[in-house]
Design a protein around this ligand. Structure first.
Ligand SMILES: Cc1cc2nc3c(=O)[nH]c(=O)nc-3n(C[C@H](O)[C@H](O)[C@H](O)COP(=O)(O)OP(=O)(O)OC[C@H]3O[C@@H](n4cnc5c(N)ncnc54)[C@H](O)[C@@H]3O)c2cc1C
Length: 406
């Protein structure tokens, strides 16, 4: 087996091994780059574009922290992924919650600085200026002889050593599996709802109707008749004078009984059935769905434990690997970005000789575990509330509609 050493592998000099080139891992990498701290990013994908990266994401007050931690040209590249560049970078906006029976906006998530971005564009922007090792799927990790170094081994047989290893390898993290093995503590918990989504192009006329009736960028809501939840978002504006806009639409519901009525239906048929009772404009948007639209089920999981053995401060987790949460507060990626920035700040103190790397990891985890655990729990409640229109109307729901912490 080839034992390779990443850029600055000596046990004296700090070198960070980042497993996973998603938004959390790449934010950490860019912040370390800005601090001039040595690191290597290992990503199992063959390239930045070899796998679809899903739909849109919203970045909130996290934007300020992100802008302060990554090089200016990287922040600019991220902003270029805005689904509506005309909205500008400093837009302050709320998010409408809609009664999906009437189409009426009933509540508004409080206004804050917010950008709606394409997820693939954010990831691509974060790769700018980085020398990522693609096609590296982690197989195992181990301590090196003197215990001052940690070694990552990949499925292609190569190994790399560093001072600290960060598992930023997503919701189904291989690193978490190694750090939290007891009683399968690493295992995700499935959320109690089923979800399905798609994206396709619709006419400018329909977009204008949604814009006038609800929101030009995105909204969410619940159908009081069925408690089905929906999320709609613009994904791309026409940039060539064309008239077709790309959008995403997502439905979820808590299954009652055996869902016999769905047996034998294709994903597209299930999708149409779930939206069939919603307000007319949304039904018309669904009527524009082309025959070849890809409709997929979404596997919703969370990891409420947020606890692992950090091998005396040599290994830790970030992003979904650390605190995978339900999507109903739209916070997951925001916490991943904050993780990257907080961890980079702590490692900077280690690089400057203020604390040892082990202590830096502990400082990061002390802040992140509390923040992450709270976010997983509130996001779980948001998932339950999102499918209970009566509760939202009678008691309200901070979890679903309240201001975001990050
Ligand atoms: C439908 C949907 C909508 C969402 N909407 C929002 C939203 O609006 N706002 C929000 O804040 N969040 C949202 N999220 C959550 C958000 O997408 C995630 O929280 C975020 O992408 C997590 O980033 P990450 O870098 O931690 O993980 P990932 O993006 O999953 O990246 C992990 C990376 O690690 C790599 N990897 C995995 N295993 C290995 C291995 N063994 N070796 C090497 N590399 C490996 C993967 O290929 C991947 O590139 C949504 C999620 C879903 C499913």
């Amino acid at each position: 087996m080839a034992i390779q050493q990443a850029a600055q592998p000596s046990s004296q000099k700090l070198h960070v091994l980042i497993i996973g080139g998603g938004i959390a891992g790449l934010t950490l990498a860019q912040a370390l780059r800005k601090y001039n701290i040595s690191f290597t990013v290992f990503e199992r994908d063959e390239s930045a574009t070899s796998r679809p990266q899903g739909w849109g994401i919203s970045l909130h007050s996290t934007l300020v922290t992100l802008e302060n931690h990554v090089p200016g040209e990287v922040y600019d590249a991220i902003c270029q992924a805005q689904v509506n560049p005309e909205a500008g970078r400093d837009e302050v906006r709320g998010v409408p919650f809609v009664n999906l029976d009437t189409g009426k906006v009933e509540h508004m998530v409080p206004k804050s600085k917010r950008l709606r971005l394409r997820r693939d564009g954010v990831r691509l922007g974060l790769t700018k200026g980085l020398d990522i090792l693609w096609g590296k799927k982690l197989a195992s990790i181990s301590r090196k002889g003197d215990d001052n170094a940690i070694c990552a081994t990949f499925e292609d047989g190569t190994s790399y050593t560093g001072t600290v290893l960060v598992g930023a390898d997503g919701a189904h993290s291989a690193v978490r599996r190694i750090l939290a093995p007891d009683n399968n503590a690493w295992e995700n918990r499935r959320l109690p709802c089923n979800a399905i989504g798609t994206s396709y192009y619709i006419s400018g006329a329909k977009v204008n109707e949604l814009r006038e009736q609800v929101d030009p960028l995105y909204f969410f809501g619940t159908d009081p008749k069925t408690n089905t939840y929906a999320f709609w978002s613009m994904l791309e504006q026409p940039d060539d004078g064309g008239m077709m806009y790309k959008m995403q639409l997502y439905f979820s519901w808590i299954p009652s009984g055996d869902e016999r009525e769905l047996v034998g239906l294709s994903p597209a048929e299930v999708f149409k059935l779930k939206g069939a009772t919603m307000f007319p404009t949304l039904r018309e948007v669904m009527a524009e769905m082309p025959e070849d639209a890809v409709v997929s089920y979404v596997n919703l999981v969370e990891w409420p434990a947020v606890a692992w053995d950090n091998w005396d401060g040599m290994a830790t987790l970030a992003g979904d690997a650390a605190h995978c949460m339900s999507i109903y507060r739209g916070e997951g990626v925001n916490h991943g970005i904050i993780d990257g920035c907080v961890l980079a700040d702590a490692l900077k103190r280690a690089a400057d000789g203020v604390v040892c790397p082990r202590k830096a990891v502990e400082e990061y985890e002390a802040e992140m575990r509390l923040r992450g655990k709270e976010a997983v729990d509130v996001s779980h409640q948001a998932c339950l509330d999102a499918h209970d229109y009566r509760k939202i109307e009678t008691e309200g729901s901070f979890a679903l509609l309240g201001a975001k912490k990050v």
